[in-house]
Design a protein around this ligand. Structure first.
Ligand code: SF4
Ligand code: SF4
Length: 94
């Protein structure tokens, strides 16, 4: 087989990351003054928001897109800053 005919297989990754959990401060999302809102039609599934969220509350699924656990999201805006297609915007918390 020539080099040009080598087929690359998809890589599955499993990363052991901690998930936020209720502690003495309760569900810490109440600290938030701004909230990230995702437009999953714009999202290109690059996973940058999931990788960079400092409290690991974002999940990106190829089929459904991005979900955010607002019980623990602090509203820092990092996900919005790293998104290459501006699919996440920060809005004032109500
Ligand atoms: S605003 Fe901050 S804490 Fe909330 S989902 Fe985005 S990166 Fe994570
Ligand atoms: S950073 Fe933006 S484009 Fe990438 S997965 Fe998150 S929302 Fe989608």
């Amino acid at each position: 087989m020539s080099k040009s005919m080598v087929r690359l297989e998809p890589i599955k990754y499993h990363v052991p990351l901690a998930r936020p959990k209720q502690g003495v401060a309760g569900k810490t999302g109440f600290w938030r003054t701004e909230k990230p809102i995702v437009d999953n039609e714009k999202c290109v599934r690059c996973y940058l928001c999931e990788i960079y969220c400092p409290v690991n509350v974002i999940r990106v699924e190829p089929e459904t897109g991005v979900t955010i656990d607002y019980d623990y999201c602090k509203g820092c805006g990092v996900c919005s800053d790293v998104c290459p297609v501006n699919a996440i915007r920060m809005v004032p918390e109500e």
